[in-house]
Design a protein around this ligand. Structure first.
Ligand code: M6R
Length: 600
């Protein structure tokens, strides 16, 4: 979490920093700040709240050719001006922004900084004071910066300016994302290339623990030992217009609407000219060689993994376990002899997943990452990558990445099944094309879904989503969507499990939304709906064409039974969207959250 931008060059620094921070706001938005340097010294502006407030507070008359900016998702210390970044050393010489968590900040404070007065509650202030302390000893900024980086434990992406040096931005990272952007007569740093695409599409990766000196006309990457590293820039493959809302009022709605296009893009990318499925032979071999798959993910990506398990087990007949990354990391189950790990992550930066990746790599196990972000940490560090081709997902609530993950998992399962010689009685690409059309039909039914959202969620305190079999997996995602953006307490439940305790929560008017897309459990889920209606619930059934009954609130177009999660989730996303909208919630930037969760 947290977003960082830094710039050095001839253009209007504060404007570039503010524009970049606006694009990075998805990473955290509780407070923000920028620091620019000119002949008068460092000009620091910090606010509680969003970049819009920062823009209003910044002194527009200040000219400068270098600076750093930050948008924060609080880890240490409440959101507010005192804890907002940039932080300054006691003398004011060093000014620094940080994304990550310094695990040993208390120890460093006690061991090295007992003579310093701290103004904030952050771990970040320890870094900048430590650099000042080490500068007192070495009288050299690069050496002090390097020594400080050596002492840090935890995750960090750091940008620093030295008030006595107008030629260099000091940069380093470990575990948290940070890129250097290369320009003509300027250079910059950013947590995500999306932030600075207007300035450049040329980026250089920074590897963990490297130190980078970013100057106007050159960039020097060094190892922590000081050896110079030669690394070529790459071209960021992001269309700048994909990062704009266009005529939409919210990114979330735009991204929901993009799902049919993403489906078609995936079909295209994973087919050759003869319309045959094409997957990297190395991935196919790795899948074939595995005796068990371990899917590791968080949040919505974890929910996509649950759907993927069903595909892989039913089609490719490989046993699959799906684990929440933050749990797996510290409580590994007994592993099979030839495991293959699949990491699912929209951002490719989720710290919980990365922590598992690091641990399983130490054990020598192979890993495949399924991600939306080319060049992300999880993609770089795994043996293989499958891309989602969903385009930038900016709303905090994940929508198109979820359906893209499911589609790519379906393709992976089909490819593995055919590699293992199993015959399928359907054409997967044809079925995905039908899904794309069905998605279009659903995204055209906004008015109906908006009305349902008003009827069911306008004033409720809580809600339940129930389903059986793969509908249960979608219920979990539906509940997450609703709670994260509308703040309604929502739970996804297996239809048959309610009566084992949770049914006690059903009161007069409690909304219960049931999915009925699976023929073998159609009657049982309808029975579960009767049970809650008998206790006063305000229930609605969303069913699949062919299984529908007269009173069903909404009927989904027919698609292949295995692929129903790809369509049943769409009304759930729209219900959540309209519920949040009508409750005056900030749909794209819900409270307490951030898009990319880069702390454990
Ligand atoms: O980038 P990732 O897919 O690894 O992110 C995982 C979760 O943080 C993410 O899916 C989160 O649950 C979303 N906000 C849900 O909409």
């Amino acid at each position: 979490m947290c977003g960082i931008v830094g710039y050095i060059g001839e253009n209007d620094t504060k404007e570039i920093l503010l524009n970049g921070l606006e694009k990075l706001e998805y990473r955290g938005y509780d407070s923000a700040g920028i620091a620019t340097l000119n002949d008068e010294g460092v000009c620091l502006t910090k606010v509680k709240g969003r970049i819009a407030a920062l823009r209003e507070s910044v002194d527009s008359s200040v000219q400068s050719t270098m600076g750093i900016g930050h948008t924060r998702w609080a880890t240490h210390g409440v959101p507010g001006i005192i804890n907002a970044h940039p932080h300054q050393s006691a003398s004011g010489r060093f000014t620094l922004v940080h994304n990550g968590v310094i695990e040993n900040f208390n120890k460093l404070k006690k061991e090295y900084l007992s003579d310093f007065d701290f103004v904030s509650d952050t771990d970040t202030e320890v870094i900048v004071q430590l650099i000042e302390k080490l500068y007192q000893k070495h009288q050299n900024t690069v050496t002090a910066f390097r020594e400080a980086m050596r002492l840090l434990k935890g995750s960090y992406a750091i940008g620093m300016i030295d008030a006595e040096d107008h030629e260099t931005l000091y940069v380093s990272k470990n575990k948290s994302p940070l890129l250097v952007g290369i320009g003509d007569g300027f250079n910059l740093v950013a947590s995500d290339a999306m932030a600075t695409l207007k300035e450049t599409d040329q980026y250089v990766e920074i590897h963990d623990k490297e130190i980078v000196l970013v100057c106007r006309n050159f960039v020097e990457v060094q190892t922590i030992e000081g050896a110079v590293v030669d690394r070529k820039p790459y071209t960021a493959q992001i269309d700048a217009s994909d990062t704009e809302k266009g005529t939409y009022s919210h990114f979330m709605l735009k991204e929901i609407d993009e799902q049919p296009i993403v489906m078609r893009k995936i079909i295209n990318e994973y087919q050759n000219e003869d319309n045959e499925l094409k997957l990297d032979a190395d991935i196919r071999n790795a899948m074939k060689a595995a005796d068990r798959i371990y899917i590791i993910a968080a949040g919505t990506s974890y929910h996509a993994g649950l759907v993927g398990k069903e595909f892989l087990e039913k089609l490719a007949k490989i046993p699959v376990e799906v684990h929440v990354a933050s749990e797996f990391s510290y409580n590994m189950p007994l592993l099979s002899e030839k495991p293959l790990f699949i990491f699912i992550s929209q951002s490719g930066e989720t710290a919980d997943s990365r922590s598992v990746l690091v641990k399983i790599k130490e054990k020598g196990y192979p890993a495949l990452t399924i991600t939306n972000v080319t060049g992300s940490t999880l993609s770089r560090e795994a043996n293989y990558t499958l891309h989602l081709y969903a385009g930038p997902e900016i709303a905090v609530a994940s929508t198109k990445a979820y359906t893209a993950q499911i589609a790519v998992l379906a393709i992976l399962a089909v490819d593995t099944a055919s590699a293992k010689g199993f015959h399928l009685d359907f054409d997967p690409m044809q079925e995905l094309a039908i899904v794309a059309n069905a998605m279009e039909v659903l995204t055209d039914q906004k008015e109906e879904l908006e009305q349902l959202a008003r009827d069911y969620f306008a004033t409720t305190r809580n809600a339940f989503f129930i389903g059986r079999s793969s509908d249960y997996n979608v219920s979990l995602e539906a509940a997450l969507k609703l709670k994260e953006i509308s703040y309604i307490q929502a739970e996804g439940f297996a239809g048959g499990e309610l009566k084992h305790g949770t049914i006690a929560l059903i009161e007069e008017g409690t909304p219960v939304i049931a999915l009925a897309t699976q023929e073998n459990v159609n009657y049982s889920i309808r029975g579960n709906v009767q049970e809650v209606v008998a206790r006063g619930a305000n229930a609605m059934i969303i069913s699949l064409k062919g299984l529908e009954e007269d009173d069903d609130a909404f009927v989904l177009p027919h698609v292949h039974e295995l692929l129903t999660p790809l369509v049943s989730v769409i009304p759930m996303q729209l219900l959540a969207y309209y519920a949040a909208l009508h409750r005056n919630c900030d749909v794209d930037k819900p409270r307490n959250l951030a898009k990319s969760v880069t702390v454990e």
